[in-house]
Design a protein around this ligand. Sequence first.
Ligand SMILES: Nc1ncnc2c1ncn2[C@@H]1O[C@H](COP(=O)(O)OP(=O)(O)OP(=O)(O)O)[C@@H](O)[C@H]1O
Ligand SMILES: [Mg+2]
Length: 360
Amino acid sequence: MNKWQSIRLKLAGGTFLLLLITVCSLIVLMNGQMERAFHDFLQLHHSAAPMQDTAEMMFLHSVHQSLWWVGLFFIALGLVASYLLSTSITKPLRRLTEAAKEIGQGNFNQQLPASAHDEVGQLTQVFNQMAEDLSRNEKSRREFFAGIAHELRTPLAILQGNLENISSGITPPEPEIIFSMQEEVMRLSRLVTDLRDLSLAEIRELKLHREPTDFGQLVLQLGQFMQPLFDETGQKLLLDVADNLPIVSVDQDRMRQVIGNLLANASRYSGPGSTVQLRIQQKDHSLCMEIQDNGPGIPPEDMPHIFEQFYRGEKSRNRKNGGSGIGLALARHYIEIHGGTIKAENLPVGGVRFVILIDC
Ligand SMILES: Nc1ncnc2c1ncn2[C@@H]1O[C@H](COP(=O)(O)OP(=O)(O)OP(=O)(O)O)[C@@H](O)[C@H]1O
Ligand SMILES: [Mg+2]
């Protein structure tokens, strides 16, 4: 930027010029006025003699001079004041420019002091908020990619190891090995689909195919489909669906995914022999679905994070039973896109209850 175009120079220069013109005009006017008044005074008191180079003239001259000095003093004072004023306005603007440049280079951690309550202070506050949001987004973007890399690494390593062993003849291509490889491929393909949906949901681009749905019927069918999962571990699944539930307009596949994940979680994390209950009823103008188990519950330190992508509790990190930590993040997005809410709470008697409310 050309330094003559700086706001500081424009403000200081403009104020100074205005002051200069005002003070000079005032002094010229005052001088003329005073000379005339003094002349009249002399004429009145000392006959009609014209003003000579006398003591009166010298007095008048010294008053003129004093006026100019006073004027000069005020002009200098104005110059300093306008410089200080313009600097106080432009200093935060220059700091904002520097911080914006840093953000442009990817250094999002920029927070500026916003002590003043004027327009520049407001601008600084908005800037700080924007920098904080960008920094948070960047952090979650990095975590997202780190999570993807982490989740892809293990199944790919297993597939690569098995394929190398088979191709070099170390391991014969036995059905169990092929089956375990197939499981890893299915796991990968589910992960990729979940990741695509998650990224679309995050930018609110996920399209819903809503249709009028008998939610109770949907849940009963899903419960039947998932029953073998509970039978395998000696768990009990109790479904309690109220009669005459209203028809709601939802995306059935997404809802099956949400309830499926909640039921799978309840089965997976509550331990063998536990009981899982699913209850649906109408509450005021909402459809209320509760899924609760009598397992160990969610540790309080995990509770605030369970709806974050890739978050899973320590005990769920086991590869055989543990998932990717995407299920609840997706569930939250799906429910929120439907205009509903989902929350989790530990029960005093042990276990967790997930509550979903959807307007009907
Ligand atoms: N009913 C539950 N009891 C105890 N912990 C739970 C329960 N439901 C969820 N959690 C905790 O919340 C974490 C996040 O669950 P989420 O469904 O998002 O991921 P996941 O089940 O680990 O993987 P994914 O669903 O992607 O296969 C789980 O890893 C687990 O630690
Ligand atoms: Mg899950």
